[in-house]
Design a binder for this molecule. Structure first.
Ligand code: SF4
Ligand code: SF4
Ligand code: FES
Length: 451
């Protein structure tokens, strides 16, 4: 029977001769961090379970010569851990050289250049080239749902994407297959992700340590439209974008304010910049109206709305018996595109066909099915546009959002019932609510799933 660690019990040990006491069940990696001993890692991720796929983090225990993974093994009483000797450095270096032998050496043009954990590791371990012959796997890049790119030539087989897809999101669209050299991350039956339960949440891209899964970058397309002068580009900015931009630029939180972000987008030559709240309120008003209608006519409740089209995929695939709970309302991005092409175009005397709308959002889930001339760009894409245009983020002024006069038929305020909607974040939580709806145990009238 396996021993269940008791976090109330303390364990004392040494790491590179430094004494440390930690709760039972602490991993060697965490104990080392406590005494500022750095152990390199690659497959490990703080939000995911132990996998120990890469073995970069190997250490020695009690001088017995056996190599153990610091990320996957707990400390034990009195153990003497060694993290730093010639043998360990050589082992780590060889593992890294073998990974690099399977990796395209195109850092300069890679989207993750300077943000790649493999590149950082190569720097830390002073690996400049691999002595092994380069083995190309000849795997094509694929664009999935206009949301992200999969480039399995760059995969370092850390397993993070599979873990997040199965364990965190509970979707299970991708898998591991094969062993040893043939081990790979695969889509069952080599299908396109569109043919799987994938909900295009983009969480696999967010945990990938290298450029093997990344957002489908449409910044160049949008810049080309801005520079062409033929198109009329209108932007909306979501809440959370300013702090996402701080992270993109490696700045302290609060450096890029919403006002500075508006100024940057205007300098990129967008004609108008609106607050996403406007479209979010209109979208809520539309769904609120639908809710009232259903309540009056005995329609299916709770009404289920979603922050992205991936949410609708989720319900259709996993809960086909509950699809009549889905709202007919549109996402704020699509509501925005409709508003601009109908109301704004009319007010400005423009043909809708010359207008392109761009929604700037902090994550990539909303990129799925964004539609023609209606781009959805994530924080990384906006950061690339700002860099390419040579804008100095430190010299931006503070600007205000533009406003729009809406006809009386448009309700610019979120309806009162929206205050009572149950917001569910992530698909694991959504599953619990869906099960409750299935059993008739959900008492909420409106459930919004944020995927
Ligand atoms: S986008 Fe989400 S659902 Fe699709 S493979 Fe990635 S983690 Fe899984
Ligand atoms: S695709 Fe990325 S996250 Fe998935 S196993 Fe490969 S390197 Fe790791
Ligand atoms: S980081 Fe520990 S095995 Fe990969």
């Amino acid at each position: 029977m396996s021993h269940k660690p008791d976090p109330n019990k303390s364990v004392s040990l040494t790491i590179d001769g430094i004494p440390v006491t930690v709760p039972e069940g602490t991993r060697i990696l965490e104990a080392a961090k406590k005494v500022n001993v750095y152990i390199p890692t690659l497959c490990e991720h703080p939000d995911l379970c132990k996998r120990a796929f890469c073995r970069i983090c190997v250490v020695e225990a009690d001088g017995r010569g056996k190599l153990i993974a610091a990320c996957a093994n707990d400390v034990w009483e009195g153990v003497k851990i060694e993290t730093n000797n010639r043998r360990l450095l050589d082992v780590r270096k060889t593992i890294l050289e073998l990974i690099l032998a399977n990796h395209p050496q195109d850092c300069l043009s890679c989207i993750r250049n300077k943000k790649c954990e493999l590149q950082t590791l190569a720097n830390v371990l002073c690996v400049r080239a691999s002595p092994f012959d380069r083995v190309s796997m000849s795997k094509p890049q694929t664009i999935e749902g206009e949301t992200f790119v999969r480039d399995m030539e760059k995969c370092v087989k850390c397993g993070r994407c599979v873990e997040v897809c199965h364990e965190v999101q509970t979707i299970g669209a991708i898998n591991t297959s094969g062993r040893s050299h043939n081990f790979e991350i695969s889509v069952p039956y080599k299908q396109s992700l569109e043919d799987t339960p994938c909900v295009f949440c983009g969480r696999c891209a967010s945990v990938c340590p290298v450029g093997a899964i990344y957002e489908h970058d449409q910044s160049a397309k949008v810049l080309a439209e801005l520079f062409s002068g033929d198109r009329h580009l209108i932007a909306q900015v979501s809440g959370g974008m300013a702090s996402a931009m701080d992270k993109e630029f490696g700045l302290a939180a609060g450096t890029i304010t919403v006002g500075k972000l508006i100024a940057a987008i205007k300098l990129l030559k967008f004609k108008k910049v609106f607050n996403e709240k406007l479209a979010a309120n209109l979208s809520d008003a539309e769904t609120g109206g639908e809710l009232e209608e259903r309540a009056k006519n005995g329609g299916k409740l709770p009404l289920i709305s979603g922050s992205s089209d991936g949410v609708f995929r989720f319900v259709n695939y996993f809960y086909p018996d509950l699809t009549d709970h889905l709202s007919a309302g549109k996402s704020p991005e699509k509501t925005f595109a409709n508003l601009i092409k109908n109301i704004y175009a009319g007010a400005e005397g423009l043909a809708a066909s010359v207008i392109t709308t761009v929604s700037f959002v902090p994550t990539i889930a909303q990129k799925y099915k964004s539609g023609e001339n209606n781009f959805v760009l994530a924080a990384g894409e906006l950061a690339r546009m700002i860099k390419l245009a040579g804008l100095d983020t430190g010299a931006l002024s503070e600007e205000q959002f533009d406003s729009i006069k809406l006809p009386n038929s448009y309700k610019a305020e979120s309806p009162a019932c929206a205050a009572q909607k149950k917001i569910v974040s992530g698909f694991a939580e959504a599953r619990k609510v869906m099960e409750a709806i299935r059993k008739g145990e959900c008492t909420d009238k409106w459930v919004e799933i944020k995927g």
